[in-house]
Ligand binder design. Structure first.
Ligand code: DGY
Length: 308
């Protein structure tokens, strides 16, 4: 029997497998994530062999020191920017994530955001509810054509490819940006830009003031990757000046944005609460994979989905 700490209450059947395997499972019961000191205290109190965590928890060297027996960390996410991978490797702690199973759900949301921003859906809906729509208007709520437009897909991974497949259905020209050197040239051509890079030191503020200035005037930015990939101060300026027509964000830095954050006052900003993988099916499959990673790590086997 091993001790497993689950840092967020995850309402998925897969978790039963941890109990069935005879492990002693502790679940942080609250709806909100623990702040780092509280998480450290819980880790120190439970001395887990395995941690199943979400992207809301920072698994860093300080936390690892509170868990001397830790053997495996399974992230309930494909992104692992919340985990200090080097510190885990140095301690011999295996790390797993949940790739593939959320690819299509996230690509669907990226495309939903793209369409919503292009066709001003949030604004139109607000206006209807506010009674600001009184008659059909020849030049009202005009948006951008999506079909036939050029889309820069920044990030050459699974989710970027899934977005590119969707774009093909809209007869879009897709510019795949897999190298930083190609970024500005693609931005200069694209009517839409969709971000699909992991957050690493190399991609932090990849979309900075210079990249935004390189964007074609009137471009629309979609971010379902990580908030810190974009310099949000520069983004607010680009929206306010009208250089960008709109931005649609599933992710921000921090999450959520404080209500007073200037970005929330920028025009033509659509923001949703980090729901890229939030379909029942995707989240259930993520739970299955996370549990499989924990079980394998505790058994001393290779994780089915290790983070390299
Ligand atoms: C991930 O998995 O990294 C998503 O951002 C959340 O599901």
């Amino acid at each position: 029997m091993a001790r497993v700490l689950i840092t967020r209450a995850l309402p998925f059947a897969a978790l039963e497998r941890l109990h069935e395997a005879g492990h002693q499972v502790t679940v942080h019961p609250g709806p909100d994530p623990l702040d780092p000191p509280a998480l450290r205290a819980l880790v120190a109190a439970t001395d887990p062999d395995g941690i199943l965590c979400a992207l809301t928890e920072q698994i860093d060297a300080t936390l690892l020191r509170a868990a001397p027996g830790l053997r495996v960390v399974a992230n309930f996410a494909v992104g692992t920017d919340n985990i200090d991978l080097a510190a885990c490797a140095a301690r011999g702690v295996a790390v797993g994530n949940t790739p593939d199973v959320l690819t299509d759900a996230t690509a669907d949301l990226a495309f939903a955001l793209l369409l919503a921003a292009a066709r001003r859906l949030a604004e139109g809906e607000r206006d209807v509810r506010a009674g600001a729509w009184t008659t059909w208007v020849p030049d009202g709520w005009l948006g951008a054509d999506v079909h036939g437009a050029t889309l820069a897909v920044v990030g050459a991974g699974r989710i970027g490819e899934a977005v590119a497949r969707r774009a093909a259905g809209f007869d879009m020209e897709v510019l795949r940006v897999g190298r930083r050197d190609d970024l500005h040239a693609a931005l200069a051509r694209a009517a839409f830009v969709s971000l699909h890079v992991p957050l690493t030191p190399a991609t932090h503020h990849l979309i900075d003031a210079a990249a935004l200035a390189a964007c074609r005037p009137g471009a629309i930015l979609v971010n379902t990757a990580r908030g810190a990939v974009v310099d949000q101060v520069a983004l607010a300026a680009a929206l306010t000046s009208g250089h960008l027509a709109a931005a649609a964000l599933d992710v921000t830095d921090p999450e959520p944005l404080p209500p007073a954050d200037p970005l929330l006052r920028a025009p033509n900003l659509l923001v949703v609460p980090h729901i890229g993988s939030a379909t029942r099916g995707a989240r259930e499959r993520m739970a299955e994979i996370a549990v499989a990673n924990v079980l394998a790590g505790l058994a001393g086997r290779a994780l089915p989905h290790p983070v390299a």
